[in-house]
Write a protein that binds this ligand. Structure first.
Ligand SMILES: [Fe+2]
Ligand SMILES: [Fe+2]
Length: 141
């Protein structure tokens, strides 16, 4: 069973953010499939690096958007990102040290964290952003 099966239930109703979430899902799925197929650390590493970079770029994008519109729950939202950053960093350190069980932990953490974060925090943020767009022509991203 895929831990990263995208469905419309995951949508936050902003196409550019949905596309970024989907890209993270795809890389998570790629990492998961490689791990299940018995890939070695050297094969996992480029996928891991790509996943972490894509994830970080996405966080930064959301944080830029929230700052641009003076989003009232910015600090709360960023704290959630920071907690995920910290966990992902600790797990990726272990993976780079050869602990492949940490790769499994990272995949599970990512799939649960992202699903929950998109369902509440990202949806709240995107509702605010969409409302902002009703009165302004563009988002400063
Ligand atoms: Fe977020
Ligand atoms: Fe997000």
């Amino acid at each position: 069973m895929s831990l990263f099966k995208w469905s419309s239930a995951n949508s936050v109703y902003l196409p550019e953010l949905d596309a970024e979430h989907r890209a993270i899902y795809q890389l998570g799925d790629e990492l998961h499939k490689a791990l299940v197929a018995g890939a070695k650390l050297a094969q996992l590493q480029p996928i891991l690096v790509n996943l972490l970079e894509t994830w970080e770029q996405h966080f930064r994008h959301e944080e830029r958007l929230m700052r641009a519109v003076h989003y009232s729950a910015f600090a709360w939202h960023k704290r959630q990102h920071d907690v995920a950053r910290k966990s992902a960093k600790a797990l990726s350190k272990r993976i780079e040290g050869g602990d492949l069980a940490a790769a499994e932990e990272l995949i599970k953490f990512l799939s649960v964290w992202l699903r929950d974060h998109m369902a509440v925090a990202d949806r709240m943020m995107s509702a605010f952003l969409r409302n902002y767009l009703r009165f302004n022509t563009s988002l400063a991203s």
